[in-house]
Ligand binder design. Structure first.
Ligand code: AMP
Ligand code: MG
Length: 530
């Protein structure tokens, strides 16, 4: 690849699936097609603010190519990426529990597919590159604050090992975008930005729901065949059997994903079916947040503040609800009535079983244990959850502290200082005593694990991150970037590439939420306005 040049894109999605014959501008209902050809809308002054070096490497794009002005123009939507047929995908979705009809990529434009040096095809997508037929009343743009949040969190999740779409670049557009951040009649100009997202596919549950809702079974079947061919080649069976295997696989992936979210304290915030990936990736970072204190009722999304449908503790149940909606959408391709019913039931069971196993396994691993129901580990975990939720206790700091406690030669008499450091406020003596009692119970259980205490500590540090993208850290980096300094964005990007390493020089970004951030917009309260 010559310096300064990006590799030519492929056209798999647009070549193999029916597209919208109309090239008309303006929002519209699109029938009989899974995508619409679109053009990115140029911006005033595209400027590369940050990029993910590890992802660029994986894609075979050199550092020189990333820094080339021609690349900023492409990643800002001012010039075409050679080879691709840019498109916006047509999908629907259930939003906050209700069928919302056609939604589609209103501000995301897929430029085409890139062949990685490992021989995989990945979609390259610009988010915020201008309107599409699916923009409805939106402007097709994204603001810098939400773009920084998506850029940083995608990469942070990847390095935590959580399945996710990736983010290659963050480009400032040089244009302002008007947003009413809290929908309270206070619109403001904000700097615009574009994130280049990367994933094998951005297909969501909603891509299948839309043709199903319109009774377009032929189109649905085409999409399912395409999906099976390219993304689930190892699944046995075609036709109804293939579709059933696909549904079960998506159910299992989604269950594993949500269990992983719970284990690291990630709250997606908008688990609508148009925001759930069929590959079980974390997708569409909007008003997401990280758990500071272990509060199952917490949601970062002010749009959801009254119902708390998507709060931390509801995520596992919502994952299942969404799988049920996907099953309904796939009904016409799952066989005759009873056959389809059976496939749907199996998928729900697969979700429940996989979630239960994965959540137990992951939380036990955080305690240095291989989950064993026979040793009453379920009760040990439940007692921990009950205790953690009672008085504001930082989830990340609590778990990270345990690798020190597991090395103790004797069980602790009182609650150790490292664990007390996770409290946000002073706690009653009985609560501290209950914590110490729980620690003794856990400590004794760890003695029945194979491996030395040092081995257990090492294994625990490899699953309990020291660094997560705490809401206040992201907001702090955003505030600095608004003032023209992207140094904090770059620093977080680097630190979060090694979330399990000690990195003592970065202790200040492993701190619990400072008091100023308790109720600050962007730290505790986020809206869908982005
Ligand atoms: P989200 O809540 O971000 O998942 O978005 C839901 C739907 O609204 C999707 O179809 C988005 O593409 C669309 N959308 C969100 N923001 C905008 C915007 N600024 N312009 C156009 N469409 C948007
Ligand atoms: Mg979305």
């Amino acid at each position: 690849m010559p310096t300064g040049a990006l590799p030519t894109l492929h056209r798999r999605f647009t070549a193999e699936l029916p597209g919208d014959p109309s090239g008309e501008p303006g929002s519209r209902q699109v029938h009989g097609a899974l995508w619409s050809g679109v053009r990115t809308t140029p911006v005033r002054a595209p400027r590369l603010l940050a990029f993910s070096q590890p992802l660029a490497n994986e894609l075979g794009i050199t550092e020189d190519a990333m820094h080339d002005a021609a690349t900023a123009a492409i990643l800002g939507g001012n010039a075409p990426w050679p080879g691709g047929v840019p498109f916006a995908a047509n999908y629907g979705g259930h939003q906050f529990g209700n069928w919302a009809g056609q939604l589609g990529d209103g501000r995301a434009i897929v430029l085409g597919e890139l062949a990685t040096p490992r021989g995989e095809l990945v979609e390259i997508q610009l988010k915020g590159a201008g309107p599409t037929p699916y923009s409805r009343r939106g402007d097709g743009r994204a603001v810098l604050r939400s773009s920084i949040r998506e850029f940083l969190c995608s990469e942070a999740m990847h390095f935590l090992g959580v399945p996710t779409t990736r983010a290659l670049s963050l480009v400032a557009t040089g244009d302002d975008v008007v947003r009413d951040m809290f929908y309270d009649g206070n619109p403001k100009d904000e700097p615009g930005a574009i994130v280049c997202r990367v994933a094998p596919t951005f297909l969501r549950f909603g891509n299948y729901e839309l043709p199903a809702s319109r009774g377009d079974v032929a189109l649905l079947r085409q999409l399912v065949d395409f999906t099976l061919r390219h993304f689930f080649p190892l699944l046995a069976g075609t036709g109804a059997a293939g579709a059933g295997a696909f549904l079960r696989d998506v159910a299992e992936r989604t269950a594993r994903l949500v269990a992983h979210w719970q284990a690291v304290g990630f709250v997606h915030g908008v688990m609508n079916t148009d925001n759930l990936s069929i590959l079980g990736f974390t997708i569409d970072y909007g008003p997401y947040g990280w758990i500071d204190d272990f509060d199952l009722g917490w949601t970062p999304n002010t749009t959801d503040a009254s119902h708390r449908r998507y709060c931390f503790g509801n995520q596992p149940g919502i994952g299942l609800w969404n799988i049920e909606r996907l099953a309904e959408a796939l009904f016409p391709v799952l066989g005759d009535g009873p056959e389809a019913e059976r496939a749907a039931g199996e998928a729900s069971d697969a979700y429940r079983n996989t979630y239960a196993e994965e959540a137990s396994r992951r939380f036990a691993a955080k305690l240095g244990l291989r989950f064993d129901a026979a040793q009453d580990d379920g009760a040990l975990l439940q007692a921990m959850f009950d205790w953690l939720g009672k008085h504001e206790t930082d989830m990340t700091i609590f778990f990270r502290a345990l690798s020190r406690e597991v090395r103790r030669p004797q069980p602790p008499d009182a609650l150790p200082a490292g664990v007390q450091a996770a409290f946000y406020r002073a706690v009653p003596d009985e609560h501290a005593a209950a914590g110490a009692a729980w620690l003794r119970r856990w400590w004794s259980r760890t003695r029945r694990e194979p491996g030395t205490p040092a081995d257990l500590a090492q294994a625990m540090d490899a699953v309990n991150p020291k660094f997560v993208l705490r809401n206040w850290l992201a907001q702090d980096a955003i505030d600095a970037a608004h003032g023209g300094d992207t140094g904090k964005v770059h620093r977080l990007l680097r630190v979060l590439q090694h979330p399990f390493a000690e990195q003592p020089e970065h202790d200040d970004v492993a701190q619990k939420r400072p008091e100023w951030a308790r109720n600050k917009p962007g730290c505790s309260a986020l809206s869908c306005s982005s």
